[in-house]
Design a protein around this ligand. Structure first.
Ligand SMILES: CC(C)(COP(=O)(O)OP(=O)(O)OC[C@H]1O[C@@H](n2cnc3c(N)ncnc32)[C@H](O)[C@@H]1OP(=O)(O)O)[C@@H](O)C(=O)NCCC(=O)NCCS
Length: 332
């Protein structure tokens, strides 16, 4: 039976570090408030002129080098982001052109914070059916250029960071149990407006209206408490469903990588699963919430640090706008 294995990982964050003290100068907030509510101390922001696909390309190059492959042998791209360079096209084609990958197909996934796991699920199907043999899966975000630094948007403005993570996926038919064991995807569109960017909206004619700018409708908005409660419940639930499908238990998990939404949420996920917090990969203190990129960045760091080693059971879980949520189990 063919299974999808990860043969390379990489990530890239832009060099500019933005501290909570930097944000204190720009908006009405405090280091104490941010640390206490989110666990975040710093995040990275791009300089003007740097696009989401630029970060994606850097992360992809690192994953390609890590896998030790020739870029020309990649036969498909899956790209996840909520902050594409343009309204259309998506970033998959831009990554393809910048890496000089010829005319291979490029699929864009729009599932926000759950984007990496949704994209992994799609790529896994292509590999297990034999459709593609070497997929570049990349998730990338530039959020910093469209955050509302007024009182209305400060709950979100302090959370987000920019960055990208990538993996190379290939088939394996070895009988060693390695690979993607399962992915479980969920959504509840009734709550779309609880975490969203309302405009631009093509039902408005013209789509871009000055009033919408004045009303702040081009900024992301969330109902923080609703998001908090649902994220804290849905992520452990998704992991348990994945474990049950594989006849595994929480004790079997060697490393849990939750989407780095907010450290308080990650702690709630650990508590909900009754998993020791030492097994939970957490880098939000340094990097903030990088949306779809947060899981592949944390995965790459954990692999390079030796926290994730061959044979380990790795659980991924995410929750975000949609609402969407998901889990994936991988035998490394
Ligand atoms: C945002 C969140 C911290 C708010 O928590 P809460 O318990 O609802 O509210 P709190 O009592 O802690 O704080 C709310 C107050 O802080 C204020 N506030 C919001 N953002 C702030 C900031 N950056 N700095 C200082 N104060 C802020 C609010 O205006 C509000 O003030 P008020 O009481 O005068 O109206 C919490 O809902 C949360 O963590 N949600 C999850 C968000 C998340 O992780 N999203 C990621 C998306 S995947």
């Amino acid at each position: 039976m063919l299974r999808t294995i990860v043969t390379g990982t990489g990530h890239y964050v832009p060099p500019r570090v933005v501290t909570n003290q930097d944000l204190e100068k720009r908006l009405d907030t405090s280091d104490e408030w941010i640390r206490q509510r989110s666990g975040i101390a710093t995040r990275h922001h791009v300089e003007p002129g740097v696009n989401t696909s630029d970060l994606a390309v850097e992360a992809a190059r690192r994953a390609i080098a890590d896998a030790g492959i020739e870029p020309s042998t990649i036969d498909f791209i899956v790209a996840a982001t909520l902050s594409p360079d343009h309204y259309f096209p998506g970033i998959g084609v831009l990554v393809q052109a910048k890496l000089g990958l010829g005319t291979i197909g490029a699929l864009d996934v729009r599932n926000q914070c759950s984007g990496f796991i949704y994209a992994l699920a799609a790529a896994d199907q292509f590999i297990r059916t034999g459709t593609y043999r070497r997929i570049l899966l990349v998730a990338s975000e530039v959020q910093s250029s469209n955050l509302d630094y007024s009182d209305e948007g400060r709950d979100m403005a302090v959370l987000f960071g920019d960055g990208a993570g990538a993996v190379i996926l290939e088939p394996s038919d070895r009988d060693d149990g390695r690979g993607v064991l399962s992915t479980h995807l969920f959504a509840d569109g009734r709550f779309a407006s609880h975490l969203w960017m309302e405009k631009p909206c093509p039902a408005d004619n013209p789509t871009f209206q000055r009033d919408f700018f004045d009303q702040g409708k081009f900024y992301p908005r969330m109902d923080g408490r609703h998001v908090f409660v649902n994220a804290s419940e849905r992520m452990p639930e998704a992991v348990r469903i994945g474990l049950a499908a594989n006849g595994l238990t929480v004790d079997d998990i060697d490393a849990l990588i939750p989407h780095q939404a907010n450290d308080r949420i990650s702690q709630m996920v650990a508590k909900g699963l009754r998993i020791p917090v030492e097994k939970v990969v957490r880098n939000i203190e340094r990097l903030g919430n990088t949306t779809a990129a947060s899981i592949p960045i944390a995965l790459d760091e954990a692999v390079k640090e030796g926290r994730i080693r061959r044979g380990h059971l790795v659980a991924l879980t995410a929750f975000g706008s949609g609402y969407t949520w998901a889990s994936a189990l991988l035998r490394w």
